[in-house]
Ligand binder design. Structure first.
Ligand SMILES: NC(=O)c1ccc[n+]([C@@H]2O[C@H](COP(=O)([O-])OP(=O)(O)OC[C@H]3O[C@@H](n4cnc5c(N)ncnc54)[C@H](OP(=O)(O)O)[C@@H]3O)[C@@H](O)[C@H]2O)c1
Length: 245
């Protein structure tokens, strides 16, 4: 199986790459900067450097990925805009426009008659408001959910499933030291999340691995929340938990 992970060099994307490598996929990883030392030389994994906001370079990297690794089976889009400049413009270019470019650039290059899937990584802020995050992040994440539905219908006849994963805040390697020191924050998550703990990047990576497998053969156009159940609570229920009423 040939899997392409866009934004696979850090955080959640790196966890996905590790899981795909473990199960023996050929993995094409895209990012601006190369992966860290621990992820260099993973069997079957090859890194491609490109800035997703450069449309022409992106097209040529996608061509090279298929020429080198063969037709694709799974495409996961995990990238997150981080940069200087206008956040709205950056979010739209990195999350929305680049996702469309990758999906449409690879749609004709899936391996026929095999398990084929695309996963876009949205966020709970695709549906809810987290006022610490900019409006562009919210709009981009919501757009990804609608793109998953749109492409699920458009690409379904070709056997390509398309789903969105919506994580809540998760601990990743880069943030583990920070959260380990946040005792009050940990206690807050424990109190409010039905599953009683914060998420890890691996929790979402496991869902992505499932969606990118024959086990999810009839699942398409769905939004899968990976938030420990916290979004199930009404505002009142949440307020009562916080106030210990
Ligand atoms: N962290 C959370 O708690 C959380 C919660 C909910 C949802 N999410 C979502 O989960 C996904 C992963 O989050 P994360 O925190 O793991 O992300 P991250 O650590 O910031 O990693 C982002 C990845 O995207 C790549 N990337 C970003 N801009 C790029 C560009 N212009 N061109 C090429 N590659 C680019 C980065 O590579 P470079 O470093 O080389 O640019 C990196 O590999 C994101 O979609 C995020 O919105 C995260």
């Amino acid at each position: 199986m040939h899997s392409v992970v866009i934004g696979g060099t850090r955080g959640l994307g790196r966890e996905v790459v590790r899981l795909f490598a473990e199960r023996g996929d050929r993995v094409s990883v895209v990012g601006r900067r190369p992966p860290g030392d621990a992820d260099r030389g993973l069997p079957g994994v090859r890194f491609w450097a490109v800035d997703l906001t450069n449309a022409a370079e992106l097209v040529s990297v996608l061509d090279e990925i298929v020429a080198s690794g063969g037709p694709v089976n799974y495409v996961v889009l995990v990238q997150r805009f981080k940069g200087d400049g206008d956040k709205w413009v950056g979010e739209m270019a990195t999350s929305v426009t680049a996702t469309k470019a990758v999906i449409e650039g690879l749609a004709d290059r899936f391996e026929p008659e095999q398990s084929n899937a695309i996963v876009v990584v949205s966020s709970v802020v695709g549906q809810f408001v987290a006022d610490g995050q900019p409006v562009g992040y919210h709009v981009a994440k919501n757009a990804l959910c609608q793109m998953a539905r749109y492409y699920a219908v458009a690409l379904g006849p070709r056997g390509i499933r398309v789903n969105a994963v919506l994580p809540g805040t998760f601990i990743k390697e880069e943030s583990s030291a920070f959260y380990a020191g946040q005792i009050e924050l940990q206690a807050l998550f424990k109190k409010t999340i039905p599953l009683g703990r914060m998420a890890t990047a691996r929790d979402s990576a496991n869902v992505i691995r499932f969606l990118c497998s024959p086990d999810a053969s009839y699942v398409t156009g769905q939004e899968i929340f990976v938030d420990g159940g916290v979004s199930l609570l009404s505002q009142e229920a949440l307020a009562r938990k916080l106030a210990a009423l």
